[in-house]
Design a protein. Structure first.
Length: 354
């Protein structure tokens, strides 16, 4: 791997107590190009703009996928990753669906390790502080032929962040627009999935909601995801979430929530969930909690849901009785190295540079 260090870090110019999510980036970035049928020698270079041809394939045909992950630092200064092998596996699953060459696992892990070693000081300790890591790959070949590109660029950039959401989260159940259709790319972290969600989300925000709960494209009867999160419903003492299909992202935090909940003795049902079932549970005072799960938010309680012009507020649940709070506490404990990790999910980051 070729490494070019920054001449002078910009870290002293950053106010780490007041960070807008994903707007400040570290000193370096990882870059690897796909040319002539193979991935070339990876490089780490100072963070900088890219120069693209106007005919660059990704700008016309949208071959682009990405991942989201975080690094955490404990009070002793040791940095940690949370299930990074799952991110590597998932970006290659996404790539395959969009006809992008899969990225070598060794390159992914070595590049990430070296990048975090260089920018180790950007990972700040303290609960809620983390370094958001964005691996992504896009078609980089010039030309407007409607076919898969012959050149790609794989990159990793990093942004120091604080907590993602603050305040109440209210979500609107979608009935007109869809996030993904069966047979499509809903299970992939494709850039276009998010682009298509922005307009419906803007409409929901005008009605006072922060996010949308997406429903199935065929009937709009079944609940799938909430914005950028997988979603869980607590009905009495059961935790219910939709199964992973070709329209639902296989969330890493989602899998972690299910495992931890089951080990806590919570009954977890992974099955299709009808909108009508959740509305009925609310009317019977059986809907105790709804929460989203994802890398950025970890676990985010939802305050209310909107459906057909009516808002259904969730009861205030004491923290000691909240499934969301109990599960979030355990995940954060693993991520920040303040609690045991019986699953082997926590991976130490080597701060030495080869």
């Amino acid at each position: 791997m070729d490494i070019t260090r920054i001449k002078k870090s910009k870290i002293d110019q950053i106010d780490f107590d007041h960070l807008a999510f994903g707007e400040v980036f570290t000193d370096h970035m990882f870059v690897c190009d796909y040319q002539d049928g193979e991935w070339q020698t990876p490089t780490i270079v100072p963070y900088q703009p890219l120069q693209l041809d106007p005919s660059c394939s990704v700008l016309h045909y949208g071959q682009a996928v990405f991942e989201g992950m975080k690094a955490y630092k404990d009070q002793e200064g040791q940095a940690w990753l949370f299930r990074p092998e799952e991110n590597c596996k998932r970006i290659n699953t996404s790539s395959k669906r969009l006809a992008i060459p899969e990225f070598p696992e060794a390159y992914f892990h070595e590049g990430l390790t070296q990048l975090l070693a260089l920018d180790h000081a950007w990972i700040k300790p303290g609960m809620g502080n983390s370094l958001y890591i964005r691996p992504f790959v896009f078609a980089s070949e010039p030309g407007v032929s409607a076919s898969p590109s012959n050149a790609y660029k794989f990159m990793i950039i990093c942004a120091p962040v604080n907590a993602y959401y603050s305040g109440e989260i209210n979500v609107l159940i979608a009935e007109e627009y869809s996030r993904a259709a069966s047979g499509g790319v809903g299970y992939a972290k494709a850039a276009g999935n998010y682009a298509a969600s922005f307009y419906p989300a803007k409409l929901a925000q005008k009605e006072g909601y922060q996010q949308i709960i997406w429903t199935d494209a065929a009937t709009h009867e079944y609940l799938e995801e909430a914005g950028t999160m997988n979603i869980f419903f607590r009905v009495n003492d059961r935790l219910i979430t939709a199964p992973v299909t070709d329209t639902i992202l296989d969330g890493i935090t989602r899998k972690s929530v299910i495992q931890i909940a089951q080990d806590m003795g919570i009954e977890v049902e992974v099955r299709p969930i009808k909108v009508a079932e959740i509305i009925e549970a609310h009317q019977k005072n059986q809907l105790i909690e709804i929460f989203g799960a994802g890398t950025a938010v970890v676990v985010s309680p939802i305050s209310s849901i909107g459906f057909r012009g009516k808002r259904y507020s969730l009861p205030k649940t004491d923290e000691s009785h909240s499934y969301a709070e109990k599960i979030k506490k355990q995940i954060l404990g693993i991520q920040y190295n303040t609690a045991p990790d019986p699953y082997g999910w926590r991976k130490a980051v080597d701060a030495t540079i080869d």
